[in-house]
Design a protein around this ligand. Structure first.
Ligand code: UDX
Length: 443
Protein backbone atom coordinates (compact mmCIF):
# COMPACT_ATOMS: atom_id res chain seq x y z
CA UNK A 1 0.00 0.00 0.00
CA UNK A 2 1.38 3.38 -0.95
CA UNK A 3 2.19 5.72 1.94
CA UNK A 4 -0.01 8.57 0.67
CA UNK A 5 -3.05 6.36 0.18
CA UNK A 6 -2.64 4.80 3.62
CA UNK A 7 -3.25 8.21 5.19
CA UNK A 8 -6.41 9.04 3.28
CA UNK A 9 -9.67 8.98 5.20
CA UNK A 10 -13.21 8.19 4.09
CA UNK A 11 -16.25 9.47 6.00
CA UNK A 12 -19.22 7.09 5.77
CA UNK A 13 -22.81 7.98 6.62
CA UNK A 14 -25.15 4.99 7.13
CA UNK A 15 -28.94 4.98 7.46
CA UNK A 16 -29.71 4.00 11.07
CA UNK A 17 -31.28 0.62 10.25
CA UNK A 18 -29.75 -2.86 10.45
CA UNK A 19 -30.23 -3.59 6.75
CA UNK A 20 -28.30 -0.43 5.83
CA UNK A 21 -25.70 -0.36 8.62
CA UNK A 22 -24.50 -3.87 7.76
CA UNK A 23 -23.52 -3.23 4.11
CA UNK A 24 -22.07 0.20 5.02
CA UNK A 25 -19.80 -1.42 7.62
CA UNK A 26 -18.83 -4.14 5.15
CA UNK A 27 -17.89 -1.37 2.73
CA UNK A 28 -15.94 0.39 5.49
CA UNK A 29 -14.04 -2.83 6.17
CA UNK A 30 -13.30 -3.29 2.47
CA UNK A 31 -11.87 0.22 2.24
CA UNK A 32 -9.94 -0.21 5.47
CA UNK A 33 -8.37 -3.38 4.10
CA UNK A 34 -7.32 -1.31 1.08
CA UNK A 35 -5.50 1.14 3.35
CA UNK A 36 -8.00 3.91 3.95
CA UNK A 37 -8.71 5.34 7.40
CA UNK A 38 -12.38 5.26 8.31
CA UNK A 39 -14.77 7.63 10.07
CA UNK A 40 -18.34 6.46 10.68
CA UNK A 41 -20.77 9.36 11.14
CA UNK A 42 -23.98 8.10 12.75
CA UNK A 43 -26.99 9.58 14.44
CA UNK A 44 -28.01 8.41 17.90
CA UNK A 45 -30.65 6.07 16.46
CA UNK A 46 -29.67 2.39 16.27
CA UNK A 47 -26.16 3.48 17.23
CA UNK A 48 -23.60 0.81 16.32
CA UNK A 49 -21.06 0.62 19.12
CA UNK A 50 -17.44 0.23 18.10
CA UNK A 51 -16.60 -3.48 18.35
CA UNK A 52 -13.49 -5.61 18.00
CA UNK A 53 -14.14 -5.70 14.28
CA UNK A 54 -13.65 -1.95 13.94
CA UNK A 55 -10.91 -1.06 16.43
CA UNK A 56 -9.15 1.36 14.09
CA UNK A 57 -12.29 3.22 13.06
CA UNK A 58 -13.32 6.64 14.31
CA UNK A 59 -17.02 6.86 15.32
CA UNK A 60 -18.67 10.30 15.51
CA UNK A 61 -22.25 11.29 16.26
CA UNK A 62 -24.13 13.68 13.99
CA UNK A 63 -25.94 15.96 16.42
CA UNK A 64 -29.72 16.27 15.95
CA UNK A 65 -32.60 16.77 18.28
CA UNK A 66 -35.27 14.42 16.99
CA UNK A 67 -37.05 12.65 19.85
CA UNK A 68 -36.74 8.86 20.21
CA UNK A 69 -40.53 8.75 19.81
CA UNK A 70 -40.16 9.89 16.16
CA UNK A 71 -37.88 6.94 15.54
CA UNK A 72 -40.22 4.54 17.28
CA UNK A 73 -43.53 5.87 15.97
CA UNK A 74 -42.90 7.31 12.53
CA UNK A 75 -42.86 4.83 9.70
CA UNK A 76 -39.42 4.43 8.00
CA UNK A 77 -40.16 6.68 4.97
CA UNK A 78 -41.50 9.58 7.06
CA UNK A 79 -38.69 9.21 9.57
CA UNK A 80 -36.08 9.38 6.81
CA UNK A 81 -37.66 12.52 5.34
CA UNK A 82 -37.55 14.15 8.76
CA UNK A 83 -34.02 12.98 9.59
CA UNK A 84 -32.69 14.43 6.34
CA UNK A 85 -34.20 17.84 7.08
CA UNK A 86 -32.88 17.73 10.63
CA UNK A 87 -29.30 16.80 9.71
CA UNK A 88 -28.86 19.23 6.83
CA UNK A 89 -27.14 21.85 8.98
CA UNK A 90 -25.84 19.69 11.80
CA UNK A 91 -23.88 17.43 9.46
CA UNK A 92 -22.09 20.49 8.06
CA UNK A 93 -20.94 21.29 11.60
CA UNK A 94 -19.90 17.70 12.10
CA UNK A 95 -17.93 17.67 8.84
CA UNK A 96 -16.23 20.99 9.59
CA UNK A 97 -15.02 19.50 12.92
CA UNK A 98 -13.68 16.48 11.07
CA UNK A 99 -11.88 18.74 8.60
CA UNK A 100 -10.28 20.64 11.47
CA UNK A 101 -9.10 17.34 12.87
CA UNK A 102 -8.00 15.59 9.68
CA UNK A 103 -7.58 18.42 7.15
CA UNK A 104 -6.72 17.33 3.63
CA UNK A 105 -6.56 13.69 4.64
CA UNK A 106 -10.29 13.34 4.01
CA UNK A 107 -10.61 11.78 0.55
CA UNK A 108 -14.38 11.74 0.26
CA UNK A 109 -17.77 11.28 1.90
CA UNK A 110 -19.74 8.12 1.10
CA UNK A 111 -23.36 8.31 2.11
CA UNK A 112 -26.29 5.94 1.97
CA UNK A 113 -28.56 7.08 -0.85
CA UNK A 114 -31.24 7.85 1.75
CA UNK A 115 -28.94 10.11 3.83
CA UNK A 116 -28.88 12.67 1.04
CA UNK A 117 -28.33 15.59 3.43
CA UNK A 118 -24.64 14.60 3.35
CA UNK A 119 -24.27 15.71 -0.26
CA UNK A 120 -24.73 19.45 0.34
CA UNK A 121 -22.27 19.43 3.24
CA UNK A 122 -19.64 17.57 1.22
CA UNK A 123 -20.08 19.99 -1.66
CA UNK A 124 -19.82 23.01 0.61
CA UNK A 125 -16.39 21.79 1.73
CA UNK A 126 -15.46 20.80 -1.83
CA UNK A 127 -15.16 17.15 -0.84
CA UNK A 128 -15.98 14.48 -3.43
CA UNK A 129 -19.08 12.55 -2.45
CA UNK A 130 -20.22 9.09 -3.43
CA UNK A 131 -23.72 7.63 -3.24
CA UNK A 132 -23.98 4.12 -1.83
CA UNK A 133 -27.07 2.10 -2.73
CA UNK A 134 -27.47 -0.68 -0.18
CA UNK A 135 -30.44 -2.05 -2.14
CA UNK A 136 -30.13 -3.59 -5.59
CA UNK A 137 -29.54 -2.04 -9.00
CA UNK A 138 -33.08 -2.74 -10.24
CA UNK A 139 -34.67 -0.95 -7.28
CA UNK A 140 -32.22 1.90 -7.94
CA UNK A 141 -33.44 2.06 -11.56
CA UNK A 142 -37.05 2.14 -10.33
CA UNK A 143 -36.29 5.02 -7.97
CA UNK A 144 -34.49 6.85 -10.78
CA UNK A 145 -37.50 6.72 -13.10
CA UNK A 146 -40.29 7.04 -10.53
CA UNK A 147 -40.61 10.78 -10.91
CA UNK A 148 -40.89 10.58 -14.68
CA UNK A 149 -43.38 7.70 -14.56
CA UNK A 150 -45.44 9.61 -12.03
CA UNK A 151 -45.41 12.81 -14.09
CA UNK A 152 -46.44 10.89 -17.23
CA UNK A 153 -49.28 9.23 -15.34
CA UNK A 154 -47.73 5.79 -15.95
CA UNK A 155 -48.07 5.04 -12.25
CA UNK A 156 -51.83 5.60 -12.31
CA UNK A 157 -52.55 1.84 -11.94
CA UNK A 158 -50.92 2.00 -8.50
CA UNK A 159 -54.00 3.82 -7.34
CA UNK A 160 -56.36 1.47 -9.14
CA UNK A 161 -57.78 -1.97 -8.47
CA UNK A 162 -55.83 -5.16 -7.83
CA UNK A 163 -56.37 -6.29 -11.45
CA UNK A 164 -54.51 -3.30 -12.86
CA UNK A 165 -51.64 -3.89 -10.50
CA UNK A 166 -50.88 -7.22 -12.16
CA UNK A 167 -49.99 -5.51 -15.43
CA UNK A 168 -46.32 -5.25 -16.41
CA UNK A 169 -44.75 -1.79 -16.07
CA UNK A 170 -43.60 -0.58 -19.51
CA UNK A 171 -39.81 -0.63 -19.69
CA UNK A 172 -39.38 -2.36 -16.35
CA UNK A 173 -40.42 -5.94 -17.16
CA UNK A 174 -40.74 -8.38 -15.48
CA UNK A 175 -41.85 -5.96 -12.77
CA UNK A 176 -45.60 -5.50 -12.36
CA UNK A 177 -47.11 -2.39 -10.86
CA UNK A 178 -47.46 -4.18 -7.56
CA UNK A 179 -43.75 -5.01 -7.52
CA UNK A 180 -42.67 -1.37 -7.64
CA UNK A 181 -40.85 -0.14 -4.53
CA UNK A 182 -43.77 1.62 -2.91
CA UNK A 183 -44.48 1.28 0.80
CA UNK A 184 -47.66 0.21 2.48
CA UNK A 185 -46.63 2.44 5.39
CA UNK A 186 -46.45 5.69 3.41
CA UNK A 187 -48.52 7.48 0.79
CA UNK A 188 -47.38 7.49 -2.82
CA UNK A 189 -46.71 11.21 -2.36
CA UNK A 190 -44.32 10.62 0.57
CA UNK A 191 -42.50 7.90 -1.35
CA UNK A 192 -42.31 10.25 -4.34
CA UNK A 193 -40.83 12.96 -2.14
CA UNK A 194 -38.14 10.61 -0.81
CA UNK A 195 -37.24 9.26 -4.26
CA UNK A 196 -37.30 12.73 -5.80
CA UNK A 197 -34.94 13.96 -3.10
CA UNK A 198 -32.52 11.08 -3.66
CA UNK A 199 -32.65 11.41 -7.44
CA UNK A 200 -32.28 15.21 -7.35
CA UNK A 201 -29.02 14.89 -5.49
CA UNK A 202 -27.24 12.98 -8.21
CA UNK A 203 -24.33 15.38 -8.50
CA UNK A 204 -22.08 12.89 -6.77
CA UNK A 205 -18.74 11.65 -8.12
CA UNK A 206 -20.12 8.13 -8.52
CA UNK A 207 -22.72 5.61 -7.42
CA UNK A 208 -21.71 2.31 -5.85
CA UNK A 209 -24.19 -0.52 -5.51
CA UNK A 210 -24.05 -3.62 -3.35
CA UNK A 211 -24.70 -5.96 -6.26
CA UNK A 212 -22.92 -7.99 -8.92
CA UNK A 213 -23.30 -7.89 -12.69
CA UNK A 214 -24.10 -11.63 -12.88
CA UNK A 215 -27.32 -10.85 -10.98
CA UNK A 216 -28.52 -7.67 -12.64
CA UNK A 217 -26.69 -7.06 -15.90
CA UNK A 218 -29.59 -5.33 -17.68
CA UNK A 219 -30.33 -2.94 -14.81
CA UNK A 220 -26.63 -2.13 -14.53
CA UNK A 221 -26.49 -1.47 -18.28
CA UNK A 222 -29.47 0.85 -17.91
CA UNK A 223 -27.62 2.75 -15.22
CA UNK A 224 -24.78 3.49 -17.63
CA UNK A 225 -27.18 6.13 -19.03
CA UNK A 226 -26.68 8.20 -15.91
CA UNK A 227 -23.90 10.69 -16.37
CA UNK A 228 -21.96 9.46 -13.35
CA UNK A 229 -19.96 6.24 -13.09
CA UNK A 230 -21.81 3.33 -11.46
CA UNK A 231 -19.86 0.53 -9.77
CA UNK A 232 -21.36 -2.80 -8.73
CA UNK A 233 -19.13 -3.65 -5.76
CA UNK A 234 -20.98 -6.51 -4.11
CA UNK A 235 -21.94 -8.71 -2.61
CA UNK A 236 -20.04 -7.01 0.21
CA UNK A 237 -20.74 -9.73 2.77
CA UNK A 238 -18.52 -11.94 0.63
CA UNK A 239 -15.84 -9.29 0.16
CA UNK A 240 -15.46 -8.26 3.82
CA UNK A 241 -17.76 -9.91 6.37
CA UNK A 242 -18.23 -7.80 9.52
CA UNK A 243 -20.04 -8.23 12.85
CA UNK A 244 -22.69 -5.59 12.81
CA UNK A 245 -25.65 -7.14 14.61
CA UNK A 246 -27.59 -4.63 16.70
CA UNK A 247 -29.38 -7.47 18.52
CA UNK A 248 -27.77 -10.36 20.34
CA UNK A 249 -27.52 -13.46 18.18
CA UNK A 250 -28.82 -16.67 19.73
CA UNK A 251 -26.23 -19.20 18.61
CA UNK A 252 -27.96 -22.16 20.26
CA UNK A 253 -29.90 -22.68 17.05
CA UNK A 254 -26.70 -23.89 15.38
CA UNK A 255 -26.56 -26.81 17.84
CA UNK A 256 -30.19 -27.57 16.98
CA UNK A 257 -29.33 -27.44 13.25
CA UNK A 258 -26.36 -29.77 13.82
CA UNK A 259 -28.85 -32.52 14.69
CA UNK A 260 -30.90 -32.13 11.51
CA UNK A 261 -30.43 -33.87 8.16
CA UNK A 262 -29.01 -32.14 5.11
CA UNK A 263 -31.36 -29.61 3.45
CA UNK A 264 -34.20 -30.63 5.77
CA UNK A 265 -34.84 -27.34 7.60
CA UNK A 266 -36.68 -24.24 6.46
CA UNK A 267 -35.36 -21.04 7.99
CA UNK A 268 -38.00 -18.35 8.59
CA UNK A 269 -36.77 -14.80 9.15
CA UNK A 270 -38.21 -11.43 8.20
CA UNK A 271 -35.32 -9.05 8.78
CA UNK A 272 -35.14 -6.12 11.14
CA UNK A 273 -38.19 -4.00 10.26
CA UNK A 274 -41.10 -6.09 8.93
CA UNK A 275 -44.11 -6.60 11.19
CA UNK A 276 -46.71 -9.39 11.18
CA UNK A 277 -50.28 -9.33 12.39
CA UNK A 278 -51.18 -11.91 15.06
CA UNK A 279 -53.44 -13.80 12.66
CA UNK A 280 -50.60 -14.00 10.08
CA UNK A 281 -48.26 -15.45 12.70
CA UNK A 282 -50.90 -18.00 13.64
CA UNK A 283 -51.59 -19.01 10.02
CA UNK A 284 -47.85 -19.35 9.44
CA UNK A 285 -47.50 -21.51 12.57
CA UNK A 286 -50.39 -23.79 11.54
CA UNK A 287 -49.09 -24.06 7.98
CA UNK A 288 -45.51 -24.81 9.03
CA UNK A 289 -46.73 -27.48 11.46
CA UNK A 290 -48.93 -29.09 8.80
CA UNK A 291 -46.04 -29.18 6.32
CA UNK A 292 -44.26 -31.70 8.57
CA UNK A 293 -40.92 -30.05 7.90
CA UNK A 294 -38.39 -28.89 10.49
CA UNK A 295 -38.23 -25.13 10.80
CA UNK A 296 -36.07 -22.55 12.55
CA UNK A 297 -38.11 -19.40 13.08
CA UNK A 298 -36.80 -15.97 14.05
CA UNK A 299 -39.52 -13.97 15.80
CA UNK A 300 -37.90 -10.63 16.54
CA UNK A 301 -39.11 -8.82 19.69
CA UNK A 302 -41.69 -6.23 18.59
CA UNK A 303 -42.27 -7.89 15.20
CA UNK A 304 -45.75 -9.18 16.09
CA UNK A 305 -48.07 -6.19 16.07
CA UNK A 306 -49.48 -5.49 19.52
CA UNK A 307 -47.13 -7.88 21.32
CA UNK A 308 -43.74 -7.52 23.02
CA UNK A 309 -42.75 -10.90 21.67
CA UNK A 310 -45.00 -13.98 21.45
CA UNK A 311 -46.81 -13.66 24.78
CA UNK A 312 -49.99 -12.21 23.22
CA UNK A 313 -50.39 -15.05 20.75
CA UNK A 314 -53.29 -17.46 21.33
CA UNK A 315 -52.49 -20.59 23.36
CA UNK A 316 -52.61 -22.82 20.28
CA UNK A 317 -49.34 -21.23 19.21
CA UNK A 318 -47.27 -23.05 21.84
CA UNK A 319 -49.14 -26.28 21.10
CA UNK A 320 -48.31 -25.85 17.44
CA UNK A 321 -44.63 -25.43 18.07
CA UNK A 322 -43.24 -28.95 18.42
CA UNK A 323 -39.85 -30.61 18.44
CA UNK A 324 -39.84 -30.05 14.70
CA UNK A 325 -39.23 -26.39 15.37
CA UNK A 326 -36.89 -23.98 17.10
CA UNK A 327 -37.76 -20.35 17.79
CA UNK A 328 -35.26 -17.60 18.54
CA UNK A 329 -35.47 -13.82 18.87
CA UNK A 330 -32.48 -13.20 16.59
CA UNK A 331 -30.23 -15.69 14.81
CA UNK A 332 -26.70 -15.62 13.40
CA UNK A 333 -28.38 -15.52 9.97
CA UNK A 334 -25.36 -15.87 7.72
CA UNK A 335 -24.14 -18.87 9.73
CA UNK A 336 -27.63 -20.39 9.59
CA UNK A 337 -27.88 -19.99 5.82
CA UNK A 338 -24.44 -21.55 5.42
CA UNK A 339 -25.47 -24.59 7.51
CA UNK A 340 -25.91 -27.78 5.45
CA UNK A 341 -29.17 -28.60 7.27
CA UNK A 342 -30.89 -25.52 5.83
CA UNK A 343 -32.70 -26.29 2.58
CA UNK A 344 -34.96 -23.27 2.20
CA UNK A 345 -35.42 -19.71 3.43
CA UNK A 346 -38.83 -18.11 4.08
CA UNK A 347 -37.91 -14.45 3.80
CA UNK A 348 -39.29 -10.94 3.44
CA UNK A 349 -36.61 -10.56 0.73
CA UNK A 350 -34.65 -7.64 2.15
CA UNK A 351 -31.64 -7.19 -0.12
CA UNK A 352 -29.11 -8.40 2.47
CA UNK A 353 -31.13 -11.55 3.15
CA UNK A 354 -31.49 -12.11 -0.59
CA UNK A 355 -27.75 -11.78 -1.21
CA UNK A 356 -26.91 -13.93 1.80
CA UNK A 357 -29.28 -16.67 0.61
CA UNK A 358 -28.01 -16.61 -2.98
CA UNK A 359 -24.46 -16.62 -1.62
CA UNK A 360 -25.17 -19.94 0.10
CA UNK A 361 -27.25 -21.47 -2.70
CA UNK A 362 -30.45 -21.58 -0.62
CA UNK A 363 -33.77 -21.22 -2.53
CA UNK A 364 -36.44 -18.99 -1.04
CA UNK A 365 -40.09 -18.55 -0.25
CA UNK A 366 -40.72 -14.88 -0.84
CA UNK A 367 -43.17 -12.89 1.23
CA UNK A 368 -42.17 -9.25 0.65
CA UNK A 369 -43.63 -6.49 2.81
CA UNK A 370 -42.50 -3.20 1.37
CA UNK A 371 -40.35 -1.13 -1.02
CA UNK A 372 -37.38 -2.91 -2.66
CA UNK A 373 -38.36 -6.26 -1.11
CA UNK A 374 -41.09 -6.56 -3.76
CA UNK A 375 -38.57 -6.03 -6.57
CA UNK A 376 -36.24 -8.63 -5.05
CA UNK A 377 -39.07 -11.17 -4.70
CA UNK A 378 -40.05 -10.75 -8.34
CA UNK A 379 -36.45 -11.26 -9.46
CA UNK A 380 -36.08 -14.31 -7.22
CA UNK A 381 -39.16 -15.88 -8.77
CA UNK A 382 -39.00 -14.78 -12.43
CA UNK A 383 -35.40 -13.89 -13.26
CA UNK A 384 -33.19 -16.13 -11.10
CA UNK A 385 -35.98 -18.71 -10.67
CA UNK A 386 -34.90 -19.73 -7.21
CA UNK A 387 -37.91 -18.46 -5.28
CA UNK A 388 -41.67 -18.91 -4.92
CA UNK A 389 -43.60 -15.79 -4.10
CA UNK A 390 -46.56 -16.02 -1.72
CA UNK A 391 -49.12 -13.40 -2.66
CA UNK A 392 -52.47 -12.43 -1.21
CA UNK A 393 -53.86 -13.36 2.17
CA UNK A 394 -51.64 -15.61 4.26
CA UNK A 395 -53.66 -18.77 4.94
CA UNK A 396 -52.43 -21.95 6.62
CA UNK A 397 -53.20 -24.12 3.54
CA UNK A 398 -51.14 -21.78 1.39
CA UNK A 399 -48.22 -21.89 3.84
CA UNK A 400 -48.33 -25.69 4.04
CA UNK A 401 -48.46 -26.04 0.25
CA UNK A 402 -45.66 -23.61 -0.53
CA UNK A 403 -43.35 -25.10 2.10
CA UNK A 404 -43.93 -28.57 0.62
CA UNK A 405 -43.35 -27.24 -2.90
CA UNK A 406 -39.95 -25.90 -1.85
CA UNK A 407 -38.84 -28.59 0.60
CA UNK A 408 -40.39 -31.81 -0.75
CA UNK A 409 -41.44 -31.49 -4.38
CA UNK A 410 -39.33 -31.88 -7.50
CA UNK A 411 -39.96 -28.19 -8.19
CA UNK A 412 -38.03 -27.25 -5.03
CA UNK A 413 -35.21 -29.62 -5.90
CA UNK A 414 -34.84 -27.94 -9.30
CA UNK A 415 -34.72 -24.54 -7.59
CA UNK A 416 -32.07 -25.80 -5.18
CA UNK A 417 -29.94 -26.91 -8.15
CA UNK A 418 -30.36 -23.51 -9.84
CA UNK A 419 -29.53 -21.77 -6.55
CA UNK A 420 -26.25 -23.71 -6.31
CA UNK A 421 -25.35 -22.74 -9.88
CA UNK A 422 -26.12 -19.07 -9.12
CA UNK A 423 -24.07 -19.26 -5.92
CA UNK A 424 -21.05 -20.49 -7.89
CA UNK A 425 -21.51 -17.72 -10.47
CA UNK A 426 -21.76 -15.13 -7.74
CA UNK A 427 -18.72 -16.42 -5.88
CA UNK A 428 -16.71 -16.40 -9.09
CA UNK A 429 -17.74 -12.82 -9.78
CA UNK A 430 -16.77 -11.38 -6.41
CA UNK A 431 -14.26 -8.61 -6.88
CA UNK A 432 -12.11 -7.14 -4.19
CA UNK A 433 -13.24 -3.58 -4.94
CA UNK A 434 -9.99 -2.86 -6.81
CA UNK A 435 -11.65 -0.98 -9.69
CA UNK A 436 -13.58 1.25 -7.31
CA UNK A 437 -10.55 1.85 -5.10
CA UNK A 438 -8.60 2.83 -8.21
CA UNK A 439 -11.35 5.35 -9.00
CA UNK A 440 -11.22 6.66 -5.44
CA UNK A 441 -7.51 7.35 -5.81
CA UNK A 442 -8.37 9.71 -8.66
CA UNK A 443 -10.69 11.86 -6.51
C1 UDX B 1 -33.90 -3.02 5.24
C2 UDX B 1 -35.08 -3.01 4.26
O1 UDX B 1 -36.25 -3.43 4.90
C3 UDX B 1 -34.78 -3.87 3.06
O2 UDX B 1 -35.87 -3.86 2.19
C4 UDX B 1 -33.57 -3.33 2.36
O3 UDX B 1 -33.27 -4.15 1.26
C5 UDX B 1 -32.41 -3.25 3.32
O4 UDX B 1 -32.78 -2.53 4.49
P1 UDX B 1 -34.18 -5.43 6.56
O5 UDX B 1 -35.65 -5.41 6.40
O6 UDX B 1 -33.67 -5.51 7.91
O7 UDX B 1 -33.48 -4.26 5.75
O8 UDX B 1 -33.71 -6.76 5.73
P2 UDX B 1 -32.35 -7.27 5.16
O9 UDX B 1 -31.84 -6.41 4.07
O10 UDX B 1 -32.57 -8.67 4.79
O11 UDX B 1 -31.33 -7.15 6.36
C6 UDX B 1 -31.46 -7.87 7.54
C7 UDX B 1 -30.09 -8.22 8.08
O12 UDX B 1 -30.26 -8.68 9.40
C8 UDX B 1 -29.40 -9.32 7.28
O13 UDX B 1 -28.04 -8.99 7.08
C9 UDX B 1 -29.53 -10.54 8.17
O14 UDX B 1 -28.44 -11.43 8.10
C10 UDX B 1 -29.60 -9.92 9.55
N1 UDX B 1 -30.36 -10.79 10.47
C11 UDX B 1 -31.71 -10.93 10.33
C12 UDX B 1 -29.67 -11.46 11.45
O15 UDX B 1 -28.45 -11.34 11.57
N2 UDX B 1 -30.38 -12.26 12.30
C13 UDX B 1 -31.71 -12.43 12.21
O16 UDX B 1 -32.27 -13.17 13.02
C14 UDX B 1 -32.41 -11.74 11.19
Amino acid sequence: MEETQARRRVVLVPVPAQGHITPMMQLAKTLHLKGFSITIAQTKFNYLSPSHDFTDFQFVTIPESLPESDFENLKPILFLLKLNKECQVTFKNCLSQLLLQHGNDIACVIYDEFMYFAEAAAKEFKLPNIIFSTTNATAFVCRSVFNKLYANNVLAPLKESEGQQDALVPGLQPLRYKDLPTSKFASLESIMELYRNTADKRTASSVIINTASCLESSSLSWLQRLDIPVYPIGPLHMVAPASTSLLEENKSCIEWLNKRKQSSVIFVSLGSIALMEINEVMETAFGLAASNQHYLWVIRPGSVRGSEWIESLPEEFSRMVSDRSYIVKWAPQKEVLAHPAVGGFWSHCGWNSTLESIGEGVPMICRPFSTDQKVNARYLECVWRIGIQVEGELKREVVERVVKRLMVDEEGEEMRKRAVILKEKLRASVKDGEEFVHFMKTL
